[in-house]
Design a protein around this ligand. Structure first.
Ligand SMILES: [Zn+2]
Ligand SMILES: [Zn+2]
Length: 311
């Protein structure tokens, strides 16, 4: 009897001490990370455009953070492969229609496993339904376990894309109501208008998503759960063809510089302010870097921690 009580006490004690470890394993101030993926703009219309006039909010925010001028998709320049590289750190030739799970776990699964937090601590909120596959993987240690919550497309996988303004609304509601610690928010523009050969819609999509990013950052400053301890990463899954390649801005998917060269802006308490990094990095480095900041290891990531980003 005595032994049983001791055993139970031991279990309760070790359980609690594990829970208390949450958040103290990292030497960084950042405790929450929000990644915003703007789907498929070309660098020449974002940071390289005259006066950066299509991304005025991001340009303003860059004074408070670090801008990468040589950030690349080094895998396959399509939506699901690009996102898979960002969240798993692995460049994988994954099906682009949402018919295949990533081979390896994502930062969400690593984080939930390491920290023992409820699924709601990680959120994937996307305009494209096919990105629901980012919530799981085939690796047997992780498959169907430690899964982030997700809210993708009209109503999940195979339900179709929804409007970005809806995704923006869901994102703010989720931040306010669930207070997740690790979040990916994806907007389908300007990719959707690009494919429709709609130049005005494409430019408008860049401007509109930039507006959402400004408002997301504003929200993160106003909610005490996020203020002062949140890092924001703004990036793309892929770019689009250079003007002299195939049908130019209308499509993407090959090795041209327009498809590969993407943006990365990082703002947070552990980063410098107003710094520009011109060394070459790629999407897989994000999975490793975010792991380092939040205090977990992205075991299968092919990338590396971007040391010069960290103060
Ligand atoms: Zn596309
Ligand atoms: Zn291309």
């Amino acid at each position: 009897m005595k032994f049983r009580i001791l055993t139970i006490l031991f279990i309760v004690f070790t359980y609690n001490s594990c829970r208390n470890d949450i958040g103290i394993s990292s030497k960084y101030i950042t405790q929450r990370v929000v990644i915003v993926v703007v789907d498929g703009p070309r660098y020449q219309e974002t940071w390289n455009y005259k006066n950066r006039s299509f991304i005025s909010n991001r340009n303003e925010l860059s004074k408070e953070g670090v801008l990468f001028t040589n950030f690349k998709n080094t895998g396959i320049t399509l939506t699901n492969p690009g996102h898979t590289s960002i969240v798993t750190g692995v460049n994988q030739n994954i099906n682009n229609a949402g018919a295949q799970l990533p081979d390896q776990p994502s930062i969400f699964q690593y984080y939930l496993k390491e920290k023992g937090l409820p699924n709601s601590a990680c959120q994937i909120i996307a305009s494209k339904d096919k990105l629901a596959v980012l919530s799981n993987c085939l690796n047997l240690t992780y498959k169907n376990k430690f899964m982030p919550e997700y809210n993708c497309g009209i109503s999940g996988l195979n339900s179709g894309y929804r409007e970005d303004k809806e995704t923006f609304k869901v994102a703010l509601q989720t931040l306010a109501n669930k207070h997740p610690n690790l979040v990916l928010i994806q907007f389908k523009e300007p990719d959707a208008s690009g494919h429709a050969n709609d130049w005005r819609g494409y430019v408008n999509g860049i401007q509109k998503t930039d507006e959402y990013i400004g408002l997301i950052w504003k929200y993160l400053q106003e909610d005490s759960y996020y203020f002062g301890k949140t890092s924001l990463f703004v990036t793309n899954d892929h770019g689009r063809h250079d003007d002299n390649v195939s049908n130019g801005f209308v499509n993407h998917g090959d090795n041209c510089n327009g498809c590969r060269h993407i943006e990365l802006l990082a703002i947070g308490p552990d980063f410098s302010k107003g710094k520009v990094i011109s060394n070459s990095y790629n999407q897989t480095d994000l999975a490793s870097t975010i792991g380092t900041i939040l205090g977990f290891k992205s075991y299968y990531s092919q990338g590396k921690t971007i040391q010069e980003l960290l103060k």
